[in-house]
Design a protein around this ligand. Sequence first.
Ligand code: PMP
Length: 305
Amino acid sequence: MEDRDGVIWFDGELVPWREAKVHVLTHSLHYGMGVFEGMRAYKTARGTALFRMPEHIDRMFTSAHILQMHIPFSREQIADACVAAIRENGLEGGYVRPLAFYGSEAMGVSAPNLTVHVIVAAWKWGEYLGEGALERGVRLRTSSYARHHVNVTMCRTKATGNYINSMLALREAQACGYDEALVLDVDGFVAEGSGENVFVIRKGVIYTPDIASALEGITRDTVITLAREAGYEVREKRITRDEVYIADEAFFTGTAAEVTPIRSLDDRLIGEGRPGPITKLLQDRYFATVNGELDGHLDWLTPVK
Ligand code: PMP
């Protein structure tokens, strides 16, 4: 991705895309500790807007707090950087990636007094789980890899190193011919996808795993809010893989994945094996919300000016 026109915000400056580089002894490259975010900007009738940006920036600072990384910029500076990354690259919509990482002053695990660098990049990103995923839904396989244990790594952080587990799970699922993995926690209960939270629907009630080893997704929160506003009961509870097999409907949520229907798990069709009516309704409401077509949640949109 490095050979592109455009600019990347890097430690307070907008630098040419091709020049936004680091040294090979960058600490985070060796030991995998960094925190990042992913948010989307959408083209709305009132112009381009970032969806739930303050919540994403908050999560980035929360992630850094848990890992005791000091981000040397304020929330406002990072917010301005996110807006600039969209605007200065001439994007009408797109994906925004803030990342904080340790510099290259020293090696060693303890990493005391290392500089924390921050970048914000933005680019166009279409359907995360492949073309047609939003319309047709995706096929899942239960992962042979367990999700993080809450006392092995910190699951409330969106930390770079946590994604080794996601990569193992996703690559395994794809190598076996599936679109995405369903990852169980160490006790065998459903946690999430490799980069998405998961929901199942049975007899009109919407269920999602309570947050322990899964990331506290902002899209998850959006969809829970929209579902409750539409009159649905949403319950957070432990879910087993066979509850997914017998669900009437299931779907993923995530900034990148948006609201992606799930067609099957381990070759068992979920419901009719196509996106169900409640999933479609929530997907429609989600897109209406991010596109600024629902009056109720315009406060979730930050205009890019
Ligand atoms: N779980 C994981 C592991 C993720 O990487 C993501 C994407 N950030 C999510 C869930 C969904 O989170 P959000 O809705 O905030 O993007």
